[in-house]
Design a protein around this ligand. Structure first.
Ligand code: ADP
Ligand code: MG
Ligand code: ZN
Length: 597
């Protein structure tokens, strides 16, 4: 506070005039707020009821403060509820479309109405503060924390390599960085050039942030984290100064890790003429300057994460900058199992739960998805008052991650429901009739997320190559819904919208990217590679795309026409039971079921 006052004295007179005016306005605003009288006291409800309200889309927003949840309903009603210590509900609430904010303990005593009253003051103080930051060269006194980076170290249990699973190669490569942070002399004595920057490359949710924190945890050094997108949102000139501050702070705490998430937000190739991205460029330049300025004794490792290494400015990748690249791939079946095991450690599972089976059903899931599955399952088990998480909760957890929670409250007429049922069974039967289609694991007419009904397939194995026959089978399966509607109702609905998008996309890629059409073995120039299709070529591509889709649609139609009786039988059954799993479907198909030639 003292420092703050000293700064104020140095400010020009007009600043004081402005500040006085601002203060005046705020006082008026506050008196209006207070004068309005307090809102009725929030109603105390159990957490289970609160989550149910969220499921029924009756909650607008929730503020989580430690274990207390303040919620506001769509009707303006306020609720207060307590949750368990370790229970996280954010993800679920978000999925139910609730705005979730988290506040820290110090604000615990303040009710929502107090916050509303203080907010405008806070905003105005914030603006004053921002103005001061541009106040000249003598504002170093306030530099602490200016970079906006978050620092993690100290009391909470550090993340270690044991918390990261399924990415063994990345762990091995980063173990070397840990060694360097721990025993820098050893490396220097050998005359080894020590790494400065590591680029972590991988799709979202593969554990880039997690493994970076694990490096800091293993080496027992502080961890500074900032996101590239935060730089870009800032006012002109602030990004570069933040970078400077960040590294000043980091140098004081060296050895340490500086983690820059989403580096592509600042690190895209620089300038092609009219940028309008000056801010980004300055930030990037400052980052390069800082990294080049590390001398041989600077024990700072900069780890940057991205899922778009292709767009990065080459300058970032030069020796002495981010010259190490570590890739995190989506986990294979063994990796998924290992990740599930890590996250299951803190959760009670029923003895018959088989994580290997869950790993098998979750091909294509990232580490974050898998963590979510277990979390959703834990919430479901807690909600139904169970002692441990069972297979049922885990399967529902998978479905929630794939498609969102069930929305039983959505009202559909019986007629619509029967269309949905035939549509879904149409998908399922086409999948079951084609050798190259993946096994069906679930068919359902219960709405989830955006979907009115759902047919779920899970591949038997992870695969890295897909054949043309498999893609054709996928297209036919996608069109099975539409084909069933046409066959049974003699009319079609908008329900196939997403299927049609997916089919069109797939067919186009088959023509353009995989050269799987009659156009021959040529991958057309994509815009990324700087090429443009000639008009004649574009017309041919369209023609081939349409032809592939037609072929797939005809396959779907033929399959269902031949199996119309089964379609009717199973769709009518599904209307009654609402959900069928893979084994039940096989039983309904019976022993006479044959593949489509
Ligand atoms: P990224 O930064 O690549 O988007 P994160 O590190 O933020 O991914 O991962 C989010 C969460 O997902 C982690 O906090 C962790 O709970 C889980 N997770 C992701 N990958 C793994 C993994 N390989 N092992 C264990 N947990 C993982
Ligand atoms: Mg991350
Ligand atoms: Zn469909």
């Amino acid at each position: 506070m003292k420092k703050l006052r000293r700064r104020f004295q140095a400010l020009p007179r007009r600043f004081w005039v402005a500040a006085a005016a601002v203060f005046f306005i705020v006082s008026i605003a506050v008196s209006i707020y207070v004068g309005r009288g307090n809102a009725p006291a929030p109603m105390q409800v159990p957490i289970s009821s609160l989550l149910n309200l969220a499921d029924q889309h009756q909650l607008l927003r929730v503020d989580i403060n430690n274990n207390t949840l303040y919620a506001v309903g769509t009707d303006g009603k306020q609720y207060v509820s307590l949750k368990e210590d370790q229970q996280t509900v954010t993800e679920q609430l978000r999925r139910d479309g609730v705005v979730v904010t988290v506040s820290d303990g110090s604000r615990a005593a303040l009710g929502p109405s107090t916050i509303a009253a203080i907010l405008p003051i806070a905003i105005i103080l914030g603006v004053i503060w921002l103005m001061m930051r541009h106040g000249g060269p003598n504002n170093q006194a306030m530099s602490f924390g200016r970079s906006g980076a978050r620092r993690y170290d100290g009391d909470s249990r550090p993340v270690t390599f044991d918390d990261v699973a399924g990415v063994e190669e990345a762990k091995q490569e980063l173990a070397e960085i840990v060694q360097f942070l721990k025993y820098p002399e050893k490396f220097r004595a050998m005359g080894a050039r020590v790494p400065k920057g590591v680029l972590l490359v991988g799709p979202p949710g593969t554990g880039k942030t997690l493994i970076s924190r694990a490096v800091a945890g293993e080496a027992a050094v502080p961890f500074f984290s900032i996101s590239g997108s935060e730089f870009v949102e800032m006012f002109v000139g602030v990004g570069a100064s933040r970078v400077r501050d960040l590294f000043r702070q980091a140098k004081r705490s060296a050895p340490c890790i500086v983690f820059i998430d989403e580096i592509d937000a600042v690190g895209r190739h620089r300038g092609n003429g009219f940028s309008g991205h000056d801010e980004r460029e300055q930030t990037l330049n400052q980052l390069l300057v800082e990294m080049d300025g590390f001398d041989i004794n600077t024990n700072i490792i900069v780890i940057a994460a991205t899922n778009r290494p292709d767009v990065l400015d080459q300058a970032l990748l030069r020796p002495g900058r981010f010259d190490r690249r570590v890739t995190l791939d989506p986990p294979d079946i063994g990796g998924r199992r290992a990740i599930l095991e890590v996250h299951a450690q803190t959760k009670p599972l029923e003895p018959e739960v088989d994580l290997a089976a869950i790993a098998q059903q979750t091909a294509g899931f990232s580490g974050a998805d898998l963590a979510n599955v277990l979390n959703e399952a834990a919430i479901l088990a807690a909600r139904s008052g169970k002692e441990a998480i069972g297979r049922h909760e885990l399967e529902e957890g998978i479905m929630r991650v794939v498609a969102g929670p069930e929305r039983r409250s959505r009202v559909v007429t019986d007629y619509e429901k029967s269309i949905i049922s035939y549509h879904e069974v149409g998908h399922a039967l086409v999948m079951k009739a084609l050798k190259h289609a993946h096994p069906v694991t679930k068919v359902s007419v219960i709405a989830r997320g955006q979907a009115l009904g759902l047919t779920v397939q899970a591949p038997k194995h992870d695969s890295y190559l897909t054949s043309k026959a498999q893609l054709m089978a996928r297209m036919a399966a996608l069109l099975g819904g539409r084909a069933a509607e046409e066959l049974i109702f003699g009319d079609v609905t908008t329900g196939a919208r997403q299927d049609l998008d997916a089919v069109t996309d797939l067919a186009r890629r088959m023509v353009l990217e995989f050269a799987m059409s009659d156009l021959g073995v040529v991958a057309a120039p994509s815009s990324e590679r700087g090429g443009e299709l000639s008009p004649e070529m574009a017309a041919k591509v369209d023609h081939e795309t349409i032809r592939l889709i037609d072929e797939a649609f005809n396959t779907a139609r033929a399959i269902l026409r031949e199996r119309r009786d089964k379609l009717v039988e199973i769709a009518e059954h599904l209307l009654k039971v609402e959900t069928i799993d893979g084994a039940e479907l096989d039983a309904l198909l019976g022993p006479d079921w044959t593949y489509y030639a």
